[in-house]
Design a protein around this ligand. Structure first.
Ligand code: F6R
Length: 362
């Protein structure tokens, strides 16, 4: 049931503040992060291997920043269909973590089975708790997103990020990398995030307007730096999937190594850039784009938009957010841009052509 929304995707996007708050409730006892049994002892982990497909893979790419930055654990991230056939060495001290909404994705399951008996522990982050991937894991972590019907993953992505961040915080704490006060402060920010999501949902009108203009383009570029790079990849995937507009994502710093050749007035460039420590670098990338006649759509906070100066084609203002949590909040405009672009193009939002919700074939 669409609960009054035109599409499941719209409903599921709007549900994010609620399901994220519920998921936090399920994992937090005060400031203690409680994992389902048998838990995970991060003091003994030398290396994490994160494996998934599609949007879940982008959640893993984001989590790499968290695990490395907060917990100083070396992390390898791979696409399941590449990982499994490469037969990489999986050494002692490795925890292999598989992220899957459905828990039935064939390549992710095959990668899990490859790691079973090789890695110290098999963990998974799943939405369907009765799924094969959950059952074959030593430790299955539910994301508590509720049933996701729209083929394009939305709330499952942010709920995956939420659990992966909690895991990274737990790892940081266990490894003596995060003091109690810092953890408490970060968890407080995380608890405030559903409120920021609601404020960002109020910007739907501005996002829809930008999306209508973007929907006229044949090709779109997404740029992001640091944790915003995986988000740019996710934004491009969403747009391709449901509006059929060709979109590509690059790490902002890669622009001058090739893709800048594509820039002209017909290619909108969507820049995801909260005002974080890397913002100035991204501003100079935007200037390079604008100097070549490129049209920049900037997604940032009010100060970021102000500091970016004149010449921005479209801007989407989001509430200020702790930079460590920005990937969760910035997923929302990425989803809504794709949604409204699809509406403008008249495509089938919930059932895009050629796609299935669960990919159980190789
Ligand atoms: C994109 C999307 C897909 C899935 C991918 C993995 O919107 O939904 O890219 O993320 O097929 O599916 P799961 O998470 O079920 O393993």
């Amino acid at each position: 049931d669409k609960a009054g929304y035109k599409h499941f995707m719209a409903k599921e996007i709007a549900q994010q503040p609620t399901v994220l708050a519920e998921a936090l409730g399920a994992y937090l006892k005060g400031d203690e992060i409680v994992l389902p049994s048998p838990g995970l002892d991060f003091t003994e982990v030398d290396r994490l291997v994160l494996v998934a497909c599609g949007t879940a893979y982008y959640a893993c790419l984001t989590a790499k920043y968290w695990f490395e930055k907060l917990a100083r654990i070396p992390v390898e991230v791979d696409i399941a269909s590449e990982f499994r056939y490469r037969e990489p060495p999986v050494t002692k001290g490795t925890v292999a973590l598989f992220v899957s909404q459905s828990g039935e994705t064939a390549d992710t399951l095959a990668a899990l089975r490859y790691c079973a008996g090789r890695a110290d522990r098999i963990a998974s982050v799943v939405n369907v708790e009765t799924s094969t991937i959950a059952r074959e894991s030593d430790l299955a972590l539910p994301i508590h997103a509720g049933v996701e019907v729209g083929v394009a993953s939305t709330k499952a992505f942010t709920c995956q990020l939420n659990v992966l961040l909690l895991l990274a915080i737990k790892a940081a704490e266990a490894r003596g990398r995060m003091a109690a006060a810092e953890k408490s402060e970060l968890l407080a920010q995380l608890r405030a995030l559903p409120g920021l999501f609601n404020a960002a949902l109020d910007r739907d009108g501005a996002i829809a307007e930008a999306a209508r203009k973007i929907s006229e383009a044949r090709d779109v570029l997404f740029l992001g730096r640091g944790m915003m790079y995986p988000l740019a990849l996710e934004g491009a995937l969403k747009l391709k999937e449901i509006s059929y507009i060709h979109a590509e994502a690059y790490a902002s710093g890669e622009l001058k190594h090739g893709p800048i050749a594509l820039i002209d007035k017909s290619v909108p460039v969507i820049v995801m850039a909260p005002r974080d420590g890397l913002f100035d670098k991204t501003v100079s990338n935007m200037q390079e784009v604008m100097a070549r006649g490129g049209k920049v759509c900037l997604i940032s906070d009010a100060r970021g938009i102000e500091e970016a100066g004149d010449g921005i084609w479209q801007s989407i203002p989001l509430p200020d957010v702790d930079e460590r949590l920005a990937p969760l909040l910035y997923a929302l405009p990425a989803q809504l841009l794709a949604y409204h672009a699809a509406i403008a193009k008249g495509t089938d939002v919930d059932q895009p052509r050629n796609l299935a919700k669960s990919v159980t074939v190789e």
